[in-house]
Design a binder for this molecule. Structure first.
Ligand code: ARG
Ligand code: ZN
Ligand code: CA
Length: 272
Protein backbone atom coordinates (compact mmCIF):
# COMPACT_ATOMS: atom_id res chain seq x y z
CA UNK A 1 0.00 0.00 0.00
CA UNK A 2 1.47 3.30 -1.10
CA UNK A 3 1.85 5.97 1.53
CA UNK A 4 2.02 9.71 1.18
CA UNK A 5 5.53 10.98 0.54
CA UNK A 6 6.88 14.44 1.36
CA UNK A 7 9.18 16.32 -0.99
CA UNK A 8 11.56 18.89 0.55
CA UNK A 9 11.43 22.17 -1.36
CA UNK A 10 13.86 25.07 -1.48
CA UNK A 11 12.60 28.36 -2.93
CA UNK A 12 15.18 30.74 -4.43
CA UNK A 13 13.62 34.20 -4.78
CA UNK A 14 15.65 36.15 -7.37
CA UNK A 15 14.36 39.72 -7.25
CA UNK A 16 15.25 42.95 -9.00
CA UNK A 17 12.93 45.12 -6.89
CA UNK A 18 10.80 44.92 -3.76
CA UNK A 19 7.69 43.81 -5.67
CA UNK A 20 9.46 40.76 -7.03
CA UNK A 21 10.72 39.83 -3.57
CA UNK A 22 7.61 37.75 -2.90
CA UNK A 23 6.60 37.34 0.73
CA UNK A 24 6.87 34.26 2.89
CA UNK A 25 3.06 34.23 2.90
CA UNK A 26 3.00 34.08 -0.90
CA UNK A 27 5.46 31.17 -0.84
CA UNK A 28 3.30 29.41 1.77
CA UNK A 29 0.24 29.96 -0.44
CA UNK A 30 1.97 28.12 -3.29
CA UNK A 31 2.87 25.21 -1.02
CA UNK A 32 -0.76 25.07 0.11
CA UNK A 33 -1.94 24.82 -3.51
CA UNK A 34 0.50 21.99 -4.23
CA UNK A 35 -0.56 20.14 -1.10
CA UNK A 36 -4.19 20.41 -2.12
CA UNK A 37 -3.77 19.59 -5.82
CA UNK A 38 -1.42 16.62 -5.45
CA UNK A 39 -3.67 15.14 -2.74
CA UNK A 40 -6.97 15.71 -4.56
CA UNK A 41 -7.97 18.03 -1.73
CA UNK A 42 -8.48 21.09 -3.95
CA UNK A 43 -11.74 22.82 -3.00
CA UNK A 44 -12.73 23.39 -6.65
CA UNK A 45 -12.63 19.67 -7.53
CA UNK A 46 -16.39 19.13 -7.52
CA UNK A 47 -17.24 22.32 -9.37
CA UNK A 48 -14.54 22.05 -12.06
CA UNK A 49 -14.34 18.28 -12.68
CA UNK A 50 -17.49 16.92 -14.36
CA UNK A 51 -19.10 13.82 -12.83
CA UNK A 52 -18.08 11.75 -15.85
CA UNK A 53 -14.37 12.29 -15.06
CA UNK A 54 -14.43 12.20 -11.26
CA UNK A 55 -13.76 8.47 -10.99
CA UNK A 56 -10.63 8.84 -13.15
CA UNK A 57 -9.23 11.44 -10.74
CA UNK A 58 -6.40 10.45 -8.41
CA UNK A 59 -4.84 11.48 -5.13
CA UNK A 60 -1.17 11.49 -6.17
CA UNK A 61 -0.13 11.11 -2.52
CA UNK A 62 2.68 13.64 -2.84
CA UNK A 63 3.15 16.35 -0.23
CA UNK A 64 5.54 19.29 -0.31
CA UNK A 65 7.23 21.09 2.57
CA UNK A 66 9.84 23.82 2.79
CA UNK A 67 13.19 22.25 3.64
CA UNK A 68 14.12 22.40 7.31
CA UNK A 69 17.77 21.34 6.83
CA UNK A 70 20.15 22.76 4.24
CA UNK A 71 22.83 20.94 2.19
CA UNK A 72 25.08 20.93 5.26
CA UNK A 73 22.46 19.75 7.72
CA UNK A 74 21.94 23.20 9.25
CA UNK A 75 18.51 24.54 10.14
CA UNK A 76 16.88 26.59 7.37
CA UNK A 77 13.57 28.18 6.42
CA UNK A 78 13.88 26.66 2.92
CA UNK A 79 13.66 30.19 1.47
CA UNK A 80 16.62 32.02 -0.05
CA UNK A 81 16.38 35.63 -1.19
CA UNK A 82 18.86 37.14 -3.60
CA UNK A 83 18.90 40.55 -5.24
CA UNK A 84 19.79 40.15 -8.93
CA UNK A 85 20.27 42.53 -11.85
CA UNK A 86 18.84 40.47 -14.71
CA UNK A 87 15.50 38.94 -15.66
CA UNK A 88 15.29 35.22 -16.40
CA UNK A 89 15.79 34.25 -20.02
CA UNK A 90 14.65 30.74 -20.97
CA UNK A 91 17.45 28.37 -19.96
CA UNK A 92 19.52 31.22 -18.62
CA UNK A 93 21.91 30.78 -15.70
CA UNK A 94 19.30 31.20 -12.98
CA UNK A 95 21.09 28.32 -11.23
CA UNK A 96 24.57 29.79 -11.71
CA UNK A 97 25.73 32.05 -8.90
CA UNK A 98 28.66 33.12 -11.10
CA UNK A 99 26.18 34.42 -13.68
CA UNK A 100 24.01 36.25 -11.19
CA UNK A 101 21.61 33.46 -10.23
CA UNK A 102 21.56 31.20 -7.20
CA UNK A 103 22.96 27.68 -7.24
CA UNK A 104 20.62 24.76 -6.68
CA UNK A 105 20.72 22.85 -3.47
CA UNK A 106 21.53 19.19 -4.16
CA UNK A 107 18.95 18.44 -6.83
CA UNK A 108 18.84 14.77 -5.88
CA UNK A 109 17.63 15.76 -2.40
CA UNK A 110 15.50 18.87 -2.93
CA UNK A 111 12.97 20.17 -5.39
CA UNK A 112 14.51 23.54 -6.25
CA UNK A 113 12.11 26.33 -7.22
CA UNK A 114 13.48 29.62 -8.62
CA UNK A 115 10.98 32.51 -8.57
CA UNK A 116 11.75 35.60 -10.63
CA UNK A 117 10.89 37.89 -13.54
CA UNK A 118 11.01 36.59 -17.11
CA UNK A 119 12.00 38.67 -20.13
CA UNK A 120 9.30 36.84 -22.11
CA UNK A 121 5.81 37.51 -20.78
CA UNK A 122 4.40 34.51 -22.66
CA UNK A 123 6.42 32.30 -20.36
CA UNK A 124 4.87 31.27 -17.08
CA UNK A 125 7.42 28.74 -15.97
CA UNK A 126 9.23 25.59 -16.90
CA UNK A 127 10.42 22.46 -15.16
CA UNK A 128 12.74 19.66 -16.20
CA UNK A 129 11.53 16.08 -16.65
CA UNK A 130 12.94 13.19 -14.61
CA UNK A 131 15.76 12.72 -17.14
CA UNK A 132 17.29 15.89 -15.62
CA UNK A 133 17.53 14.31 -12.16
CA UNK A 134 20.79 15.33 -10.52
CA UNK A 135 21.64 18.13 -12.95
CA UNK A 136 22.40 21.65 -11.69
CA UNK A 137 19.41 23.10 -13.56
CA UNK A 138 16.88 20.49 -12.38
CA UNK A 139 13.76 21.93 -10.78
CA UNK A 140 11.22 24.62 -11.56
CA UNK A 141 11.61 28.23 -12.72
CA UNK A 142 8.47 30.30 -12.35
CA UNK A 143 7.36 33.88 -12.92
CA UNK A 144 6.68 35.81 -9.69
CA UNK A 145 3.27 36.86 -11.12
CA UNK A 146 1.96 33.27 -11.31
CA UNK A 147 3.43 32.02 -8.05
CA UNK A 148 1.01 31.24 -5.21
CA UNK A 149 -2.36 32.89 -4.71
CA UNK A 150 -1.64 36.12 -2.79
CA UNK A 151 0.64 39.15 -3.25
CA UNK A 152 1.81 39.41 -6.87
CA UNK A 153 -0.15 36.30 -7.99
CA UNK A 154 -2.39 37.14 -10.94
CA UNK A 155 -0.78 40.52 -11.70
CA UNK A 156 -1.34 41.78 -15.25
CA UNK A 157 -0.92 40.28 -17.80
CA UNK A 158 -1.25 37.03 -15.81
CA UNK A 159 -4.76 37.53 -14.40
CA UNK A 160 -5.98 34.05 -15.38
CA UNK A 161 -2.96 32.37 -13.72
CA UNK A 162 -3.86 33.42 -10.20
CA UNK A 163 -4.46 30.08 -8.48
CA UNK A 164 -0.96 28.65 -8.28
CA UNK A 165 -1.66 26.01 -10.93
CA UNK A 166 1.40 26.83 -13.03
CA UNK A 167 3.53 25.20 -10.33
CA UNK A 168 1.11 22.25 -10.17
CA UNK A 169 1.43 21.78 -13.96
CA UNK A 170 5.21 22.19 -13.98
CA UNK A 171 5.77 19.83 -11.09
CA UNK A 172 3.61 17.37 -13.03
CA UNK A 173 6.31 17.58 -15.73
CA UNK A 174 9.02 17.25 -13.05
CA UNK A 175 7.44 13.93 -12.04
CA UNK A 176 7.27 12.68 -15.62
CA UNK A 177 3.87 13.80 -16.90
CA UNK A 178 3.41 14.94 -20.49
CA UNK A 179 0.87 17.36 -21.81
CA UNK A 180 -2.46 15.69 -22.54
CA UNK A 181 -1.83 15.88 -26.30
CA UNK A 182 1.62 14.33 -25.93
CA UNK A 183 4.90 15.78 -27.08
CA UNK A 184 3.97 16.79 -30.61
CA UNK A 185 4.48 20.36 -31.81
CA UNK A 186 0.95 21.72 -31.91
CA UNK A 187 1.92 25.24 -32.95
CA UNK A 188 1.18 24.97 -36.68
CA UNK A 189 -2.52 24.17 -36.87
CA UNK A 190 -4.94 21.88 -35.11
CA UNK A 191 -4.50 18.73 -37.21
CA UNK A 192 -6.33 15.53 -36.31
CA UNK A 193 -4.18 13.45 -38.69
CA UNK A 194 -1.58 13.16 -35.89
CA UNK A 195 -4.03 11.16 -33.77
CA UNK A 196 -2.93 7.64 -32.92
CA UNK A 197 0.81 8.25 -33.17
CA UNK A 198 3.07 7.73 -30.15
CA UNK A 199 4.43 11.29 -30.26
CA UNK A 200 0.90 12.61 -29.82
CA UNK A 201 0.03 10.53 -26.76
CA UNK A 202 0.66 11.15 -23.07
CA UNK A 203 0.73 7.39 -22.44
CA UNK A 204 -2.42 7.60 -20.32
CA UNK A 205 -5.50 5.74 -21.50
CA UNK A 206 -7.67 7.60 -19.00
CA UNK A 207 -6.97 11.02 -20.54
CA UNK A 208 -8.91 11.07 -23.83
CA UNK A 209 -6.58 11.69 -26.77
CA UNK A 210 -6.52 15.24 -28.15
CA UNK A 211 -4.43 16.85 -30.87
CA UNK A 212 -4.26 20.45 -29.65
CA UNK A 213 -4.22 22.19 -26.25
CA UNK A 214 -7.30 23.76 -24.73
CA UNK A 215 -6.84 27.36 -23.60
CA UNK A 216 -8.92 29.75 -21.53
CA UNK A 217 -12.12 28.48 -19.93
CA UNK A 218 -13.69 25.88 -22.27
CA UNK A 219 -17.22 24.64 -21.76
CA UNK A 220 -17.98 20.99 -21.05
CA UNK A 221 -18.48 18.70 -22.90
CA UNK A 222 -16.05 19.70 -25.59
CA UNK A 223 -14.99 17.66 -28.61
CA UNK A 224 -13.27 20.46 -30.52
CA UNK A 225 -9.83 18.79 -30.37
CA UNK A 226 -10.61 15.21 -29.34
CA UNK A 227 -9.32 12.39 -31.54
CA UNK A 228 -12.58 10.49 -30.96
CA UNK A 229 -15.91 12.15 -30.28
CA UNK A 230 -17.47 11.01 -26.98
CA UNK A 231 -20.22 12.21 -24.67
CA UNK A 232 -17.73 13.51 -22.13
CA UNK A 233 -15.27 14.87 -24.70
CA UNK A 234 -11.84 16.23 -23.79
CA UNK A 235 -10.46 16.22 -20.26
CA UNK A 236 -9.37 19.84 -20.64
CA UNK A 237 -9.74 20.30 -16.87
CA UNK A 238 -6.64 18.17 -16.29
CA UNK A 239 -3.65 20.03 -14.80
CA UNK A 240 -1.57 18.93 -17.80
CA UNK A 241 -3.62 20.87 -20.35
CA UNK A 242 -3.26 24.64 -20.98
CA UNK A 243 -6.54 26.05 -19.62
CA UNK A 244 -6.78 28.89 -17.08
CA UNK A 245 -5.90 28.15 -13.48
CA UNK A 246 -9.58 28.25 -12.54
CA UNK A 247 -10.46 25.65 -15.18
CA UNK A 248 -8.04 22.87 -14.18
CA UNK A 249 -8.56 20.66 -11.15
CA UNK A 250 -7.41 17.04 -11.55
CA UNK A 251 -4.73 14.43 -12.23
CA UNK A 252 -5.76 10.89 -13.23
CA UNK A 253 -5.04 7.35 -12.05
CA UNK A 254 -2.80 6.66 -15.04
CA UNK A 255 -0.90 9.87 -14.40
CA UNK A 256 -0.42 8.67 -10.83
CA UNK A 257 1.10 5.42 -12.12
CA UNK A 258 3.71 7.52 -13.96
CA UNK A 259 4.50 9.71 -10.94
CA UNK A 260 4.81 6.61 -8.73
CA UNK A 261 7.24 5.02 -11.18
CA UNK A 262 9.33 8.20 -11.28
CA UNK A 263 9.35 8.32 -7.47
CA UNK A 264 10.81 4.80 -7.49
CA UNK A 265 13.43 5.96 -9.99
CA UNK A 266 15.00 8.36 -10.89
CA UNK A 267 13.58 10.65 -8.21
CA UNK A 268 13.67 8.21 -5.28
CA UNK A 269 16.51 10.10 -3.58
CA UNK A 270 14.15 13.01 -2.83
CA UNK A 271 12.54 10.77 -0.21
CA UNK A 272 15.64 9.87 1.80
N1 ARG B 1 2.92 26.85 -20.66
C1 ARG B 1 3.47 26.20 -19.50
C2 ARG B 1 4.02 24.80 -19.80
O1 ARG B 1 3.79 24.20 -20.83
C3 ARG B 1 2.52 26.22 -18.32
C4 ARG B 1 1.05 26.30 -18.53
C5 ARG B 1 0.35 26.33 -17.18
N2 ARG B 1 -1.06 26.62 -17.23
C6 ARG B 1 -1.73 27.22 -16.22
N3 ARG B 1 -3.04 27.40 -16.28
N4 ARG B 1 -1.13 27.63 -15.15
O2 ARG B 1 4.71 24.18 -19.03
ZN1 ZN C 1 3.66 22.14 -19.73
CA1 CA D 1 -4.24 10.02 -23.21
Amino acid sequence: VQTVVTIPVVVHVLYKNATQNVSDAQIQSQLAVLNADFRKLNSDFNTVVPAAFQSAAADLEINFCLATKDNNGNTTTGIIRKSVSNNFVFDDYYYSAANGGDAAWNTTKYLNIWVGAFTDTDLLGWAYPPAAAGYANDGLCIAYQVFGTVGTAGQAPYQTYNKGRTATHEIGHYFGLDHIWGEGDYTNIPDSSVCGTALWSDGCADTPATYYPYFGAPTYPNNQYTCTNTNSGAMFMNYMDYVNDGSMAMFTNNQKTITQTVLSSPRASLLN
